[in-house]
Structure formats: structure tokens, C-alpha cells
Design a binder for this molecule. Structure first.
Ligand code: S3P
Length: 183
């Protein structure tokens, strides 16, 4: 049984922390539906993240992200939600996410995250930034956003030098502990 008011499990954290791959494993093991928010945004808008940023700017992307997030959180069936790294930037998103989900923050050093994202293809904040290498942008974003992740998270997990399966086991154990616990 999922807890009544917070049926969902949400993974937050920066780009390259493994939210999508870990979320897919946790969902399969917990027999929950896995929703990757970036994919939902793309399906809802019929555009890639890159095209959304190019056509509507970051704010346009954030509007689309917010409305897809609201829709996902309204689902009654408990889901595992892999969010995008900037989702907590809007206070309304933070409130909605924390009201409906247990939140796990996946962390990685900028060096680890940079290795995982490569040249940042498909991630406009990395690939379109003329001022910095992906590792520098990831470091700056991590510093800016750490307080947001920390405030929202029920649990933080360091993912450096760990496989997605190992991290998923830890998330899964947390999820089991939350099921049946007071919301
Ligand atoms: C973003 C992270 C991306 C995607 C978009 C913006 C961010 O998702 O939502 O490119 O602001 O950090 P991932 O964290 O899944 O890469």
C-alpha cells in the first residue's frame, strides 16, 4: 500500500546523477509505473527538449515542465517519477512534488556527472552554454540548486562509483520503508 497522501516516489538531482536509469529499475522492482518527466514533456508538447528551449526559451520549457509535472502528480496510481534537474526551481513545483511524493535526491560530483552526460547532447543548458565546459556548468548548477534539493529531499544518496542497480537497491529499500509509514 502506498501512503495515502504521498503515493509517489520522486527522484530529484542534477543532470547525470542517474535519475532516469535508477527510476526505471526501482519502478520495475516495485511494480510501479515509471514516468520520466522530460519524456512526458516531449510527448505532451510534441517537441524535443532542445527544440522547446530553442523555440520558447527556458521559461517556455519550464511552463511545459510544470504542466506535465502537475498531470503526473495527479495520477492516483503510485508512480516512480524521474524529474529533470531544474524542476525544483519553481516554488509551485516544489510544493506539488513534496505534497504528493516521497523525494529522493541523487547526488554526484560534477566530474562524475560530466562523465555521464558526455558533450551534453539533448541538454541545452550544457550544450548551448558558450561560457563553460559541461563540468563547469554542472558545478555551478549544483551549487545553486543544492539548497533546493536538500529542502525537498527525504533521503540523499551519493551515486559516485556506484552502479544504477546499487543505487536502485538503496532507493527501493527506502521505498519499502515508507510504504505503510505515516505520510
Ligand atoms: C535540466 C535537466 C534536464 C532537462 C532540461 C533542463 C536542468 O533533465 O529537464 O534539459 O535544468 O537541469 P535531466 O536532469 O534529466 O538531464
Amino acid at each position: 500500500m502506498a501512503t495515502r497522501n504521498r503515493p509517489h516516489l520522486a527522484l530529484v538531482g542534477g543532470m547525470g546523477t542517474g535519475k532516469t536509469s535508477v527510476g526505471a529499475i526501482v519502478a520495475a522492482q516495485a511494480r510501479r509505473r515509471h514516468i520520466d518527466l522530460d519524456r512526458w514533456v516531449q510527448a505532451d508538447t510534441g517537441r524535443s527538449i532542445g527544440v522547446l528551449f530553442a523555440e520558447l526559451g527556458e521559461e517556455g520549457f519550464r511552463d511545459a515542465e510544470q504542466s506535465s509535472l502537475e498531470r503526473a502528480l495527479e495520477l492516483l496510481e503510485p508512480i516512480v517519477l524521474s524529474t529533470g534537474g531544474g524542476v525544483l526551481g519553481r516554488p509551485a513545483n516544489r510544493d506539488a512534488l513534496c505534497a504528493r511524493s516521497h523525494v529522493v535526491w541523487l547526488r554526484a560530483t560534477p566530474e562524475t556527472a560530466a562523465e555521464r552526460v558526455g558533450d551534453g547532447h539533448g541538454r541545452p543548458l550544457l550544450s548551448d552554454d558558450p561560457t563553460g565546459l559541461p563540468v563547469d556548468v554542472l558545478r555551478r548548477l549544483a551549487e545553486e540548486r543544492a539548497p533546493l534539493y536538500e529542502a525537498a529531499a527525504d533521503l540523499a544518496i551519493d551515486t559516485d562509483h556506484r552502479s544504477a542497480d546499487e543505487v536502485a537497491d538503496e532507493v527501493g529499500a527506502f521505498l519499502e520503508g515508507r510504504q505503510g509509514a505515516p505520510a
